[in-house]
Design a binder for this molecule. Sequence first.
Ligand code: SF4
Length: 204
Amino acid sequence: MLWYVPAEHQHIMPAACLRPTAPPQANDLYSELTARATGLPNDEFFAQMLSSQDGDVGTLPPGLGLSNADFSALLERHYPGIKLVADFEENIADPRELERDDVLGLLLKHRAGKDLSERWVAQIIAAACLASDHLWQDLGLWSRYDLSQLMMQNFPALAAKNIHDMKWKKFLYKQLCEQEGINACRAPSCEYCVDYLNCFGPED
Ligand code: SF4
């Protein structure tokens, strides 16, 4: 759960990296975030996730699954002056912590190295992978397209491996299996696999 505390805009900052027009999912918090955005990489993606969490959309833990300190640092760096309160006491130890750490390690190993926010993106994705919807929905992004953009921007070498446009969560776990030398697939190739639609079907 996330609470948005509306505040007077101190000033409107240019946000060249944000959408030119607000999509239908945009709420008041999204407008506030885009007005305050500092023009850094991932402003748009964080704004989508934060406004979704504010509207109880998505499955991310409080504070996007970040620690209290990281959540505060993200807000201050990307949307200076915004007031958001997350109930971090709802965050309890997850028995799948090792799994989350594996996903996090995979992402960090492939980060673009262009902006420190890539680390927060990796942590947020790792938290979302523990939920059960499509990854873009768990994250509270507005479309699979946004997730693909986020992956290409933050983890370009990893994203480039997804040449057949596999579902992103499936793709990440398949990378982990391959990293460990495990082939959990029941068919020799995707083309003949009965699970094809699970891996490559639409993500709507
Ligand atoms: S479609 Fe089948 S063979 Fe291809 S990755 Fe999925 S489970 Fe493995």
